[in-house]
Design a protein around this ligand. Structure first.
Ligand SMILES: CC(C)(COP(=O)(O)OP(=O)(O)OC[C@H]1O[C@@H](n2cnc3c(N)ncnc32)[C@H](O)[C@@H]1OP(=O)(O)O)[C@@H](O)C(=O)NCCC(=O)NCCS
Length: 343
């Protein structure tokens, strides 16, 4: 049997830089209340959300990604040509093919970097990070750009009082590259497809195209509603609170990090009550900085963790070298948690 040369990678991988982009339009709860029977007080107290950003026509998935990536590349102190792979996690890019990652890789000026999209809902950033770490350590790319980006306002039914207030738009990006020390811990991840009905698109594209009027949701004027994200809020809430705290603990254990050693906790920004409950269950000490970016960003799915990470570093609430636990969870249902050293 012929001998195949093994690929050579770095001993370890780390996040070297982070960048975020938030659309210019800030949408307060008052705007949401134009279409649903609710109140600012209810939305704030049940979800923690005060404002969110909605993308304008120019703030496409690619455009927001390029803005966030430019910042991450500068933060990492590398050139775009050094990027060997671009991984984009999104559920709201409307062209089925080609992947938006290839356009982003080209427009950023990479040297023909490998580029592909992944669909892992609100765990998408953790999935991308895990792939990137593998590529750097295995040697197929020296630097990997991981982007989480969403235009969830395109997939929100503003007449659905269970979801209208939840979602926002934005992009977060990190550069993952070589390290002499472990700086991205083992990932605890998985899927629970038996719960796939709890968060889903109201209507699959093929049925929407056929216009199966009998079964499709209609708007107040009798028109077929554009597909949107729908969820069983309480079921997802309970799953997140009970199951995800366990997964977060497993990620800490896998990395050999005690709650006392942790500096920062960056959970997916789905609901401030889920975040508070996880902090309590994990018994995180007072000194741990907890991301509550949801208040002004809403739930941006795959973008939520890198956006929150970027903001904590920008405001000085977290600093480079801090040890952070990140956990994403959502549609699938899927989840991914890991401990990282902040860039
Ligand atoms: C969506 C969410 C904020 C709703 O909060 P909740 O406390 O579960 O609310 P419920 O659906 O149980 O509804 C409670 C009550 O408020 C009412 N209500 C629902 N939406 C409302 C709204 N927008 N405004 C005012 N009242 C509302 C309900 O009718 C219900 O009234 P009732 O008690 O008289 O029947 C919450 O379920 C949630 O965050 N779920 C998880 C989301 C998540 O993690 N997603 C992750 C994947 S991306």
């Amino acid at each position: 049997m012929a001998k195949i040369k093994p690929s050579k990678g770095a001993p370890y991988a780390r996040i070297l830089g982070v960048g975020g982009y938030r659309p210019t339009r800030v949408v307060p709860n008052e705007v949401i209340l134009e279409k649903i029977d609710s109140s600012d007080e209810w939305i704030r107290s049940r979800s923690g959300i005060e404002t969110r950003h909605w993308a304008g026509p120019e703030e496409t998935v690619a455009a927001m990604s390029i803005e966030a990536s430019g910042k991450a590349i500068a933060d990492a102190g590398i050139d775009a040509e050094q990027i060997g792979a671009v991984v984009v996690s999104t559920v709201s890019h409307f062209s089925q093919t080609p992947a938006v990652a290839t356009e982003i890789a080209d427009r950023l000026g990479t040297d023909k970097a490998a580029a592909f999209d992944i669909s892992a809902g609100c765990a998408g950033f953790g999935y991308g990070l895990t792939l990137a770490k593998g590529m750097v350590v295995e040697g197929s790319a020296e630097y990997v750009l991981v982007i989480g980006v969403e235009r969830l306002s395109d997939l929100t039914d503003l007449e659905d009082r269970a979801t209208a207030f939840l979602f926002g738009d934005g992009a977060g990006a990190v550069i993952v590259g070589p390290s002499q020390e472990p700086a991205i811990g083992p990932t605890v991840w998985g899927s629970e497809g038996d719960k796939s009905e709890t968060i889903k698109q109201t209507v699959p594209w093929d049925r929407f195209r056929i216009g199966d009027l009998g079964a499709l949701p209609l708007d107040s004027e009798g028109n077929v509603k554009f597909p949107a994200i729908t969820q069983e809020g309480q079921a997802v809430f309970r799953w997140a609170v009970y199951e995800m705290a366990k997964v977060a603990q497993q990620a800490l254990d896998a990395a050999g990090i005690s709650p006392e050693e942790l500096d920062v906790f960056i959970p997916h920004q789905a609901n401030v009550r889920i975040i508070d409950s996880m902090v309590k269950t994990l018994k995180l000490p007072e000194h741990v900085t907890v991301a509550r970016d949801i208040r002004t960003t809403g739930n941006t799915s795959a973008a939520s963790i890198p956006l929150a990470m970027e903001r904590l570093l920008a405001t000085g609430e977290a600093k480079s070298g801090d040890t952070a636990l990140v956990i994403g969870f959502g549609a699938g249902l899927v989840y991914a948690a890991t401990v990282v050293t902040l860039p």
